[in-house]
Design a protein around this ligand. Structure first.
Ligand code: F3S
Length: 424
């Protein structure tokens, strides 16, 4: 790896032994991927994926302590993934006991470490850190050291920033030393699409289902999606960004997509169009039947497949302000149609603390509360990691949550019918 004089000085310990070790780690990680140089991180803020004070993460706390004690704190302030616990989310006595004594008993301790390391503010806990309300929104061309897969794919694709997918520890190391290895999605060549996806559906495809289909087909490759602008338009307005947030999270979790281009919509596709497609790119055609095939093939891993759902989670990744508002309208209308006053399945909508604050300033908040829906800043995945919660029949329209937990996927329309008690 070719290093600059400044990087050589860090490596030689001129800024302390700890920073030298951190740089060595970043170099080794880059060498594994054939990187020949390091480039500076240029975003204003970083984002960390490790937000949870899990009891079993002793080595991470030791590492964080070493960094803090050596003054090797993050060069950038950062946001972090959602908190794993929220008292407002329903749980029984035993589940609560396990959360507090066996799982996230180090939460306060860890949050104190995050503060010392450079947390943006006490409420900067969300995977949708790029939303205006949260304030960690990279600019086009910014080089990042992020690890949260749903945020990485959004930053690369919708914002035009540059970031490779990596582990949480490498994310912190990059942020502390201020450099990341130059390879993959940081390079123009690495951002070329090796798959062309042609959308030929008769209606707007469900974001989370389409993302799942594409993710499972292309895995870690870059897809160039044609025909979606017919349904989303050619402007990145709130509705399009919300759709792409959910679509991207599904591509990243059901496959390992770190960047996609949407013809006529995302910044690089608007600029360069089909010049972004690599030679000999493969083609994947998606029509109604293909989406149905994908949906029908999801395994149902509930012990009793006919069990009545005990909980519904919406908002993985966290919901946007526009999503909270449109879902308020939808839930109200669904309840009216079904002749019910409140949701018939305990339902939690999750969003960033800063988005919830804004939502609470609108009349929608009281309306949603009246339907019985709970709004929370929790990460549903952290909740489902509790073995007792994992045994419960939980429903969701998040394909990320379906992939990593026992939660069962339904489309948005199906979820609405279930939680409002309407007729299937
Ligand atoms: Fe966000 Fe947690 Fe889902 S980090 S994407 S809410 S798994």
């Amino acid at each position: 790896m070719i290093l600059t004089d400044e990087q050589k000085a860090i490596l030689n310990g001129e800024k302390g032994e700890t920073l030298s070790k951190v740089l060595q780690t970043v170099i080794r990680y880059g060498e594994l991927f054939g990187a020949e140089k390091l480039v500076p991180i240029t975003s204003e803020y970083n984002h960390l994926v490790t937000s949870f004070g899990l009891k079993a993460l002793g080595p991470v706390y030791d590492l964080m302590n070493q960094l803090i004690e050596a003054g090797a704190v993050s060069g950038q302030k950062f946001s972090v993934d959602p908190r794993p616990l929220d008292p407002n989310v329903p749980k029984n006595f035993l589940q609560n006991f396990i959360f507090n004594h066996f799982m996230y008993s180090k939460q306060d301790f860890y949050e104190d470490q995050l503060n010392k390391l450079g947390l943006m503010d006490k409420d900067a806990f969300s995977c949708t850190c790029y939303m205006d309300e949260v304030g960690n929104k990279p600019k086009k061309g910014d080089v990042l050291s992020w690890a949260e897969s749903s945020a990485v794919v959004y930053a690369n694709s919708v914002l035009g920033a540059r970031c490779n997918r990596k582990s949480g520890i490498i994310d912190i190391m990059g942020s502390v030393v201020g450099y990341v290895p130059y390879f993959g999605l940081l390079t123009d060549e690495g951002r070329k699409a090796t798959w062309v996806v042609e959308i030929k559906t008769t209606k707007k495809p469900e974001a989370q289902l389409l993302g799942s289909a594409i993710g499972m087909k292309v895995m870690e490759a870059v897809p160039y999606v044609k025909g979606l602008d017919k349904w989303l338009g050619n402007e990145l307005d709130d509705a399009a960004c919300t759709y792409l947030k959910d679509f991207g999270a599904a591509t990243a979790s059901n496959g390992a997509v770190g960047l996609y281009h949407i013809d006529g919509l995302t910044p690089e596709a608007k600029e360069s169009g089909e010049a972004l497609i690599a030679e000999n790119a493969k083609v994947y055609v998606i029509d109604d039947a293909e989406l149905q095939r994908v949906y029908d093939n999801y395994p149902i891993i509930w012990k009793n497949p006919d069990a009545k759902p005990k909980l519904c989670f919406m908002g993985c990744p966290h919901m946007s302000l526009e999503q909270l508002k449109t879902w308020t309208d939808k839930v109200e209308a669904g309840l009216k149609k079904a002749g019910n006053a409140k949701v018939v399945i305990p339902t939690v909508f999750t969003a960033a603390p800063a988005v919830i604050k804004e939502f609470e300033k609108t009349p929608y908040a009281a309306r949603l509360k009246a339907t019985g829906v709970i709004v929370s800043y929790i990460c549903p995945l952290m909740y489902m990691n509790n073995p007792l919660c994992g045994k419960m029949p939980v429903i969701t329209s998040s394909n990320k949550l379906r992939t990593y937990t026992t939660a069962r996927y339904y489309t948005d329309d199906e979820i609405l019918v279930q939680i409002t008690g309407g007729k299937k």
